[in-house]
Design a protein around this ligand. Structure first.
Ligand code: NAD
Length: 477
């Protein structure tokens, strides 16, 4: 597959490619151009040339094109979902949800087309003022491999509806769904240059886009370390940034919680997308009075999860997306065993004896209980199918443990008691708090992190202000 620049499919200036591998089978699916700094510059130039034309269309005209794109995406959902599973590894049902999520996000922003406008403000002593909202210009989006379609929508929805043009750099191992979605946007009538994709290494293409003087805003989703590098580069040009970074979300299970629901929530919250979600349950704190029964139910639930190629029927977990993640998870478990920092109740191994799992980056869904506070499982972002459980005596201890992290993306509290729920909402440090659920993210609701989990918000109408400049006009009449 080729890059998408100025409405055309093109190769990289270098003439080089890199391979896209199916993480379930090791097979080569496709190759994409290995973009260079020159390719990034060409894409920015094309977005810059397209800006005035796109910014002068009405938001309603823009919405008509994005609606059409969402409709085509829904029509081609099954084919797009297969492509996403082949390059990312997730079970087909999750891919279908993600593709529907892409369409839903675009439709949501189309619905806001008539909603963003300035205000009229009376000023003391017979004055008046009004405010005008203007698009910023060329924006850049840099995205990861765990949810490539959904995160693409979170960026293009607000950026394009508000009149900006955009250059997106996909993750190097999951660019195929993004490129296909870009060709659908072209088919839906997006003018050439309004949206471009440059594939290539983050340190080359990503950094060139961030540094380009013509780029006015960067929206990044990925690791904290990369986010810090991008913030540093963006500061040189005083550019706006939205940074959606990692998380180590805690789940707090109180002794009055509906334990069946909490077990189901933990299974989905931890093992969805093979544990590779920014808001996955990465640390679970359970009251010791109910811990034994809860852990038993959790163990049964985890043993029942089916691991395999996401294209097969009834699979709960696919492989990890790439070798680096796979090696990292194996290393973490070896570390727990070596230092005796927790008891592995189930899982902890690469599955054996199953032909479907012999070539991919598979790992058994794993439950580790009584994890030591100093364990890497509680102090790093565990992006894989490993659930560490810690017993706590009460809610105060649970909240203290939960907040003992540099992250602040999401947190959930499971209880029927309103006082406890309120304490969780007020005291947990996170951008999103869930009550008796975990993981759900909706385009209508602002999403983002505090502390090292990021800066700014995506989703909801608040995301539009991240892509609009506010100009105030003062009148004396
Ligand atoms: P990553 O930071 O390694 O890569 C993300 C993107 O940045 C890729 O496209 C990569 O090529 C690019 N990149 C790498 N180095 C760069 C540089 N120096 N300059 C510019 N671009 C560069 O992250 P990843 O491993 O792909 O994704 C996993 C991470 O993403 C996890 O930490 C996860 O929690 C986080 N994430 C956060 C959210 C959120 O909304 N908060 C959502 C999904 C994933």
């Amino acid at each position: 597959m080729k890059m998408q620049i100025n409405g055309k499919a093109v190769d990289a200036c270098s003439g080089e490619f890199f391979d896209i591998i199916n993480p379930a089978t090791g097979e080569l699916i496709d190759r994409v151009p290995k973009g260079t700094e020159d390719d990034a510059a060409i894409a920015v130039e094309s977005a810059s040339s397209a800006f005035n034309g796109w910014a002068s269309t009405s938001p309603q005209q823009r919405a008509r094109i994005l609606y059409r794109a969402a409709e085509i995406v829904r029509q081609r959902k099954d084919e797009l979902a297969v492509l996403l599973t082949r390059e990312q590894g997730k079970p087909l049902a999750e891919s279908k949800n993600e593709i529907e999520g892409f369409a839903h996000v675009l439709e949501y922003y189309c619905g806001l087309a008539s909603s963003f406008h300035g205000d009229f403000v009376p000023v003391p002593q017979n004055g008046y003022a009004f405010t005008v909202k203007k698009p910023l210009g060329v924006c850049t989006a840099i995205i990861p491999w765990n949810m490539p379609a959904l995160i693409m929508a979170w960026k293009i929805g607000p950026a394009l509806i508000s009149g900006n043009t955009l250059v997106l750099k996909p993750a190097s191992n999951t660019p195929l769904t993004n490129l296909t979605l870009a060709s659908i946007l072209n088919e839906a009538g997006l003018p050439p240059g309004v949206f471009n994709i440059v594939t290539g290494p983050g340190e080359v293409v990503g950094e060139s886009l961030v540094k380009s003087p013509k780029v006015k805003k960067i929206s990044f989703t990925g690791e904290v370390r990369t986010g810090k590098r991008i913030a540093e580069l963006a500061a040189g040009g005083m550019k706006r940034v939205t940074l959606e970074l990692g998380g180590s979300d805690p789940m707090l299970v109180c002794d009055d919680a509906n334990l069946e629901a909490a077990v189901a929530g933990a299974l989905r919250g931890r093992f969805y997308n093979c544990g590779q979600a920014c808001t996955a349950v990465k640390r679970l704190f359970v009251f010791e009075s109910v811990a034994e029964g809860f852990i038993k139910k959790l163990e049964t639930g985890i043993r029942n999860l089916r691991v395999g190629n996401g294209l097969q029927e009834n699979i709960d977990l696919g492989p990890l997306n790439n070798r680096r993640q796979w090696e990292y998870i194996k290393e973490l478990i070896a570390d727990v065993e070596e230092k005796d920092e927790g008891r592995i109740v189930t899982g902890g191994r690469v599955p054996e004896g199953s032909s479907c799992c012999s070539k991919g980056y598979f790992f058994e869904p794993t439950l580790v209980v009584d994890v030591a506070r100093e364990s890497r499982l509680l102090n790093e972002e565990v992006f894989g199918p490993v659930l560490p459980v810690v017993r706590v005596k009460d809610l105060d201890e649970a909240i203290e443990e939960a907040n003992n992290t540099c992250y602040g993306l999401g947190a959930s509290i499971w209880t029927k008691n309103l006082d406890r729920a309120r304490a969780g909402c007020e005291q947990l440090n996170a951008g999103t708090i869930w009550l008796n659920q975990h993981l759900k993210v909706a385009p209508e609701v602002p999403f983002g992190g505090t502390r090292e989990s990021g800066i700014g918000r995506e989703n909801g109408s608040d995301a539009l202000s991240e892509y609009l400049d506010l100009k105030s006009v003062m009148l004396k009449i």
